[in-house]
Design a protein around this ligand. Structure first.
Ligand code: CA
Length: 466
């Protein structure tokens, strides 16, 4: 966008307010506004896009319509996919909630600063290490209004509070999961004050997101909208459940109602952006924080990852490859399908680049700006040749279309403790990781192992155990 257009966008609201000023005076006002010191320093705030990151929790890869899901309509997420880019090889940097959120908000592999695992039973002293700067810190410094609505899971003690990590506003909860109905056990806070929340939580989170957008519609904002849906506990409203009466499996029926409720709230928020006439100036991301938990455990939620194999908790594709959308009306071609691997660490540099913020190499980001790639999706150039995972003994590396993975044996039909020996899969021809070709390709195994070892040596010791 040219400087002239930039200034025009900045002053145009002013024109609306001063439309009764005699016409000849307007050019004088324009010059005065256009050359104030603030506008000479950088792009004016009003020319910068709003940034909206929507995160679902424990959503299955194929439970959304845009990935072929059939039994649970997700029309609003599908409209987001149709109007922007669908990234079919979208990854997160871990198979658990808290570590991937740490990666998302820093743009760095979370193992670089010891945030390798979810907090254990005693979460005292746990939180996103204070050495790290968040996306909210960076956008706030650039003049953005910043807000978190929903799940935090990056520390509940005062030093780790969202409002001390760059967010001006916070409505939500600190932990890894939350009940959807109050039942006297609610732990919802606004700022630092515990409040009572009578509404079904997914609806309340949607309401708060719309309120934030309404309040900040005239200024650039960063909203991190972190639904806890479709994480356990499995709780849906009776009215929504009734619309899925044809689903026989009760757990799947509840899951469908929970996902549908989230999709409805996303639809209302997209409508709010349109009504506020800022849908063109809002860059939207959608991801799940990890794959669907399909293996037995306390977070199992009736999600489906097929054709991917594996579950949340594992470094198989089912744990780390997720629904991933990027939408920017007027800037990303509707219906874009992007098949090269990307990772949630890319969201921060993409958002900062869109906001006109120069990335300092000293920040040591692992993510890259996706916008140039998304505007040329057929190019052979990949944002990443190699992606890495480490979660204690489990690990994985994707290099080109090859993946070497050591995963949790409990995902197998006849589980035994520990991890397997490394398996090699060719993902371009075997998305379901069904055919281990390690024995036939010892050189490829050695090459990938070597690359992973180099990366792993750069990492910190985990700050807390699994
Ligand atoms: Ca999760």
């Amino acid at each position: 966008m040219s400087n002239l257009n930039t200034h025009w966008i900045r002053v145009s609201p002013l024109f609306a307010r001063i439309s009764n000023v005699p016409f000849l005076v307007l050019p004088v006002i324009w010059l005065a506004v256009a050359f104030t010191p603030a506008t000479l320093m950088a792009d004016s705030p009003a020319s910068r896009p709003n940034v909206l990151i929507i995160v679902a929790d424990d959503l299955g890869y194929s439970d959304v319509g845009f990935h072929g899901g059939k039994d649970i309509p997700t029309p609003h997420l599908d409209s987001l996919a149709a109007g922007g880019a669908r990234l079919t090889n979208g990854y997160v940097s871990g198979p658990y909630c808290s570590p991937t959120r740490a990666g998302l908000l820093t743009g760095r592999y979370q193992q670089r600063f010891g945030h390798e695992f979810n907090p254990g039973g005693d979460s005292k002293g746990f939180g996103l290490p204070l050495t790290e700067t968040t996306m909210a810190n960076r956008l706030k410094e650039a003049g953005y209004a910043t807000g978190l609505v929903g799940k935090w899971h990056l520390g509940s003690e005062p030093p780790y509070h969202p409002q001390r990590r760059g967010f001006d506003e916070f409505y939500g909860f600190y932990g890894g999961q939350h009940t959807y109905f109050d039942k006297g056990r609610a732990q919802i806070v606004r700022g630092t004050e515990k409040i009572s929340e009578p509404e079904y939580l997914t609806k309340a989170i949607g309401r708060e997101a719309r309120s934030f957008v309404q309040k900040h519609r005239d200024a650039p904002f960063f909203l991190y909208l972190a639904f806890n849906a479709v994480h356990t506990p499995m709780e849906a409203e009776a009215e929504t459940l009734a619309t899925f009466a044809t689903i026989d499996n009760r757990a799947r029926q509840t899951y469908a109602a929970m996902l549908s409720a989230m999709d409805t709230e996303i639809g209302k928020l997209l409508q709010q952006l349109q009504d506020s006439k800022i849908d063109e100036n809002t860059l939207i991301f959608f991801i799940s924080d990890n794959g669907g938990p399909t293996m037995k455990g306390t977070t199992m939620n009736a999600s489906v990852n097929a054709p991917l194999r594996g579950s949340k908790r594992t470094t198989l594709e089912g744990g780390i490859r997720v629904p991933f959308l990027v939408h920017w009306k007027g800037r990303i071609e509707p219906g874009t399908v992007f098949n090269h691997p990307v990772i949630q660490l890319d969201i921060l540099p993409t958002a900062l680049a869109a906001a006109g913020i120069t990335i300092d190499p000293n920040w040591k980001l692992d993510g890259v700006d996706l916008l140039p790639f998304l505007s040329n999706p057929k190019s052979d150039t990949r944002p990443h040749e190699t992606l890495y995972w480490r979660l204690g003994e489990q690990n994985a590396i994707r290099h080109g279309d090859w993946k070497l993975v050591q995963y949790d044996r409990n995902v197998e039909e006849h589980p035994t403790k520990g991890v397997t020996s490394p398996k090699l899969y060719h993902l371009a021809t075997d998305i379901g990781e069904s055919s281990d070709v390690a024995a036939q390709n010892p050189d490829k195994v050695a090459e990938l192992r070597g690359l992973w070892e180099v990366w792993s040596h750069e990492l910190a010791e985990p700050k807390w155990g699994p």
